[in-house]
Design a binder for this molecule. Sequence first.
Ligand code: GDP
Length: 514
Amino acid sequence: MSTSVNPRRTFAIISHPDAGKTTLTEKLLLQGGAIHLAGEVKARGQARRARSDWMKIEQQRGISVTSSVMTFEKEHEGQAITFNLLDTPGHEDFSEDTYRTLTAVDSAIMVIDAAKGIEPQTRKLFEVCRLRSVPIITFVNKVDREGRDPFETLDEVADMLALDVSPQMWPIGMGGLFEGILDFRTGEVARPEGDSKEYLGKREANATIPEQYVEEYELAQAGYPEFDLEAYRNGDLTPVYFGSALKNFGVEELIDAIARYAPPPRPQPAGEQQITPDHDEVTGFIFKVQANMDPMHRDRIAFMRQVSGTFKRGMKLTPSGLGKPIAVHSPILFFAQDREIADTAEPGDIIGIPNHGTLRVGDTLSEKNQIRFTGLPNFAPEILRRVQLRDPTKTKQLRKALDDLSEEGVIQVFYPVIGGSSIVGVVGQLQLEVLISRLEAEYKVEAALEASPFATARWLKGPDAALDDFERFNQGNLARDRDGDLVFMAKSPWDVGYQEEKNPDLKFSATKER
Ligand code: GDP
């Protein structure tokens, strides 16, 4: 009997709304031995919502508030590989969770609309990937439609993101002229078939390609760097695939690229140490907590990215925030197709752990309770609001609630140094709605959110003297976070740049490591 474990590829898709993330996800799941079949990505969410009253807001708005995990398996060169795809909420549900999910993956696929190029949300998510040098494979989608010149797209990626680009495929025409995709690695052309002009498996080894496209692809091969695995894994180079998620072009090649090039589960820093997957105990960290909005059910699901060891159902793990072990009896294992597999999980896998508020974002879980993972950041808020209490006698309850909720990772809270009402910061609008409902439901605090003069925040670091100086002159723009760390409240991104220039001894950081 073989005890060998499938290699893991844990990744996310980063994109701007409408670029085709959902369509591509469906196609990836369909190509692999998916646990959830294509067409079910959205339907699955609805079924889940119908089954439980998991989140009121989720039901009201018909969207999934937090990321989920999808797993599929595919054979690559005789070896079965398990792919864990972590969903990054992207439309109205864009939030700090979207960013945090990127701290739990080993690589990402960046989906770009061939007609639109790099859009704002893609860029933001890319910056988060860059913070941790997450390797990126680029998929230029919708080549079955009229798009920009592929060279323009490649140059935009290279210039805007300061990345080397290495095309791995080339579209033969686009839109009405689309004749297929040439794979540089195999030399084969995938052809559209029938009225739907889909890719149904037809490939030609020695295809005749119209002259103008021959010139084009030869230029593309000669004009850009060759693929370099090390540069890709360091986050310095992105291989670029062209395709159509809708018509199924380039999807096989994309899965093949993840299998072939994307890194296996990485070591995770814990202070000075690096904990590798073969570390001799089960360890992991919580990157997301999903709370039930029903005040009668204070249950939560904490999502743990496993870093090392082989997890078994019922195992006792100690959360760093709690100090005493908890038994993980009913974990949610996302590849629960086969009972036997469902009882264990490996490094790179995600485990959902039901709990009653004991597990917090950033917590380490481990068997021996000796290590603490580091490098799990808070992200600078993009929306800041003043919290106005309706009932001024509830100041204490409000403070407790804001501290709790910020510790849980729902919001960030900032206390202005010269008094006044607390300011909450979030990455996405939905977090504010979650805040207001939870304040009412769980803390019986009625509050309103009002505009604040601030647009973003930066954690301040530097020599004491420089900090003191800065504090003296900028009191009105300073606050402390829940740990008491000094934060510069900026009225605009320009304001940040201006202060950075004026105070070269200080570091204005857009993230804060726990
Ligand atoms: P998401 O918002 O990124 O998840 O994007 P969706 O997957 O929902 O796609 C947005 C729209 O673009 C939908 O109408 C899709 O049918 C369409 N779409 C996605 N991929 C393609 C593609 O490759 N070609 C064309 N023509 N349309 C696509």
